[in-house]
Design a protein around this ligand. Structure first.
Ligand SMILES: O=C(O)CCC(=O)C(=O)O
Length: 248
């Protein structure tokens, strides 16, 4: 698919899938970094939390869904590595040359944790900005399937008003809005492949009901001027304030 076709599809559906952003060797390197964080060899401190805390605890002493914000602050060299450079290059082709790195995160669904990521729109977590362009590059480091928690998107939902969001459990956990698999497209991915999704598209993933991990690296891009504006308002995606917020 050409860039102009990808641009059109992104505009129409609010997401696109891209094959093999990373090759096998690169994926292996990211997994090594990932596992040093997951195992605690690298301590993520307050950047590590349970995105699935609104649901009953599945494993004693472990998260239902492990979310680690700002891995690029934990691993030297990550920011200039192929996923970040390749993701930024694609984002600039899709949304303009002023797009820049905003924040990153890891989300792991451990074996048999059976914890869905609730339906939501990323924008619901963010401050209101005059320029709403934003893209999340969601990179599968394991094969992502319906059964271990690949992404599901509601095509076109980014062109409709933001859905009403509520806390999924206690405040500070995940946000959720109404949504249904029947309105979604399910996007399984091979390791190293990715999706790019806009801040307004409704999405969700099932819980992991398999024996393997579902590890994803997520890199978010936004116009440079909007990143400056966010930071001026004290909003830095948990870098210095470890809280999830709700806008609507
Ligand atoms: O990995 C997941 O299950 C959810 C990811 C997500 O919601 C996002 O990247 O915006």
């Amino acid at each position: 698919m050409s860039f102009s076709e990808q641009r059109l599809e992104l505009e129409r559906h609010g997401f696109i899938a891209v094959d093999q952003l990373l090759d096998e060797q690169q994926v292996a390197w990211y997994l090594t970094c990932y596992d040093r964080i997951l195992s605690g060899v690298i301590d993520a401190g307050p950047w590590r939390s349970d995105l699935g805390s609104g649901q009953p605890r599945k494993r004693e002493g472990a998260e239902n869904i492990t979310q680690v914000m700002w891995p690029s602050e934990l691993i030297p060299g990550l920011l200039t590595s192929p996923a970040y450079e390749g993701g930024l290059q694609m984002t600039r082709q899709l949304l303009g040359s002023d797009m820049a790195f905003d924040f990153d995160m890891l989300i792991d669904k451990a074996p048999y944790t059976q914890t869905p990521t609730p339906f939501h729109q990323d924008m619901a977590y963010w401050v209101e900005l005059p320029d709403r362009r934003a893209l999340s590059c969601w990179i599968a480091l394991d094969e992502a399937t319906a059964d271990n928690g690949c992404m599901w998107f509601v095509p076109g939902s980014h062109r409709l008003p933001l859905r009403k969001h509520r806390w999924h459990g206690a405040p500070g956990g995940a946000l959720e809005c109404d949504g249904d698999e029947a309105e979604c497209v399910c996007v399984p991915l091979r390791p190293g492949s990715c999706t790019f999704h806009t801040g307004g598209v409704v999405h969700y993933s099932r819980g992991n009901s398999t024996a393997g991990h579902r590890r994803a690296l997520i890199i978010n891009f936004r116009p440079e001027a909007m990143i400056r504006l966010e930071r001026e308002q004290g909003f830095d995606h948990g870098k210095t304030r470890n809280v999830r917020e709700m806008r609507s």
